[in-house]
Ligand binder design. Structure first.
Ligand SMILES: *[C@@H]1O[C@H](CO)[C@@H](O)[C@H](O)[C@H]1NC(C)=O
Ligand SMILES: *[C@@H]1O[C@H](CO)[C@@H](O)[C@H](O)[C@H]1NC(C)=O
Ligand SMILES: *[C@@H]1O[C@H](CO)[C@@H](O)[C@H](O)[C@H]1NC(C)=O
Length: 177
């Protein structure tokens, strides 16, 4: 015997499985349309100054300043399932001790497709220093523009939109930053 209650229950179970199927379809369909846009990243200048730090008992630590420009049309990453885009610029190098470092020096969150066609001059937003005191003996660094696409439904996806060739760290400047 079917009561009204169990009928409502069946209908809502049916609706929620429809909803699950719909969400899965959205997540899958946006995977089918993965774009892989590429831009151009140029590092205009690299300068190293001696900065003060609380680490190492208030003595000096080298700080690197990076000026870059970037053109990248990332609008293809926006589809119906894109909530936002997290962009970041990363320096990758091997320090004098042989440890590989990946340091995020700049980032930006993009919420709208019409803000995703980038052409900009920038410099590092976060302090770029080595865990040791100086960059002496470090390998040349590659600078890469990476992104995370945050969807409404489904998993984060990652990608790389631009990279420079290896660029050597310059000699330290004598002025204090
Ligand atoms: C960066 O700027 C330089 C000169 O200002 C220009 O030659 C170069 O094409 C620019 N690169 C990008 C990726 O916009
Ligand atoms: C930088 O990129 C080059 C290839 O362009 C690669 O051979 C090198 O290992 C990279 N360096 C680092 C520190 O990742
Ligand atoms: C992005 O900007 C470039 C130059 O600023 C332009 O040529 C291109 O058509 C733009 N792309 C889109 C999708 O608006």
């Amino acid at each position: 015997m079917h009561t009204v209650y169990s009928r409502i229950n069946n209908v809502s179970a049916f609706l929620s499985s429809c909803l699950m199927a719909l969400l899965a379809a959205i997540a899958l369909s946006s995977l089918v349309f993965t774009a892989d846009p590429k831009g151009i990243l140029d590092v205009q200048s690299l300068n190293i100054y001696e900065g003060h730090t609380r680490r190492y008992h208030n003595r000096w630590q080298d700080v690197t300043f990076v000026n870059f420009n970037l053109t990248a049309d990332l609008t293809p990453l926006f589809n119906w399932n894109t909530k936002q885009l997290f962009l970041y610029l990363q320096a990758e190098y091997v320090d004098a001790k042989g440890v590989k470092n990946e340091v995020v020096i700049w980032d930006r969150i993009i919420h709208k497709k019409d803000k995703a066609n980038l052409s900009l001059n920038g410099r590092n937003k976060y302090v770029f220093r080595n865990l040791g005191k100086s960059f002496k003996g470090a390998s040349a660094a590659n600078y890469t523009l990476k992104y995370n696409v945050m969807p409404y439904v489904g998993l984060l996806t990652y990608g790389e939109a631009a990279r420079t060739g290896p660029l050597a760290f310059p000699e330290k400047r004598t002025e204090v930053a």
